[in-house]
Design a protein around this ligand. Structure first.
Ligand SMILES: Nc1ncnc2c1ncn2[C@@H]1O[C@H](COP(=O)(O)OP(=O)(O)OP(=O)(O)O)[C@@H](O)[C@H]1O
Ligand SMILES: [Mg+2]
Length: 265
């Protein structure tokens, strides 16, 4: 983001150490990052580089060991009903219908019944699942379940959406479809989205910026601004160029990680 915008999310020198046997482990070290309101930013990096730790800090599930972490200018001290996390395993209530799953968050926030029902149906419409409102989760495919989870999150109109590898368990076709759905919804709602993924192509396709992280200790290696003409072409030359650049950097990170783990054996 440029200096004229105020950051929606601001991390300044954020570090996280977990107490473990011995000295404990530095999961994140000196993370500086500003995320603009309405930005869709992707975090990528090898396993163990601290992606989940970082998103858990942002969501208020964990506290930083050091540094400043603010959303809307206020320190994050715990989970906030306005900041919603979507997990890889959907987190739906199996005994509730699709509609009641989406209604749950709204009712928990005290939205009156009739209004909640309307908002829930609108959210289901947005993800193309209004027709499945009366089904139960076990009657849905993985992709449909994740769309219900997205509808449930969007129904409460969060100001920030955190997504930790939300499409990782899905097959490639469903994943591509949901990426397009997410982009369409984001363009309509302009919710600030922090999206964690293992998949470099997914990060380049979705992100306005891609944050490449490195492990031992978890940190930011590089931030890429993705400036691609809209709509983005997965098979276009520009996409391929950015992909090459990111892969080269990723191989560097991967090699460093291997060197460290070989050294520590
Ligand atoms: N609760 C915890 N207690 C101790 N160590 C932890 C804890 N959570 C994470 N770690 C350590 O912090 C580091 C970062 O883990 P994290 O789960 O954030 O990585 P990740 O990038 O999300 O990995 P993956 O891609 O496999 O999901 C790892 O070395 C992990 O072992
Ligand atoms: Mg993780």
């Amino acid at each position: 983001m440029n200096g004229r915008e105020t950051a929606k999310i601001r991390l300044d020198g954020v570090g996280k150490r977990f107490r473990a046997k011995g000295d404990g482990e530095t999961a994140l070290s000196r993370v500086d990052l500003e995320i603009a309101a309405g930005e869709l930013i992707c975090l990528v990096g090898p396993s163990g580089c601290g992606k989940t730790t970082l998103i858990n800090l942002l969501a208020g599930f964990e506290r930083p060991s050091e540094g400043i972490l603010e959303i809307d200018g206020r320190a994050v001290t715990g989970p906030d009903p306005d900041h919603i996390m979507i997990f890889q395993d959907y987190g739906l209530f199996p005994w509730k219908t699709v509609l009641n799953n989406v209604l749950f968050g709204l009712r928990a926030r005290g939205v009156p019944k009739a209004e909640a029902r309307e908002k829930a149906l609108d959210a289901l419409e947005l993800v193309g699942l209004r027709v499945a409102a009366d089904r139960h989760p076990h009657e849905l495919s993985g992709g449909m379940k994740q769309r219900v989870a997205i509808a449930r999150a969007l129904a409460v109109e969060p100001s920030v959406l955190f997504m930790d590898e939300p499409f990782a368990a899905l097959d490639a076709f469903t994943r591509i479809h949901l990426q397009d759905e997410l982009l369409r919804i984001w363009k309509e709602k302009r919710t600030t989205i922090v999206f964690v993924t293992h998949d470099l192509d997914e990060a380049i396709y979705l992100g306005q910026r891609v944050v490449l992280m490195a492990p031992y200790p978890g940190r930011i290696q590089r931030i890429l601004h993705i400036r691609l003409p809209e709509p983005r072409e997965r098979t276009g030359e520009d996409f391929a160029r950015i992909r090459r650049e990111l892969f080269e950097e990723f191989h560097l990170v991967h090699k460093q990680a291997q060197d460290v783990s070989e050294y520590s054996i």
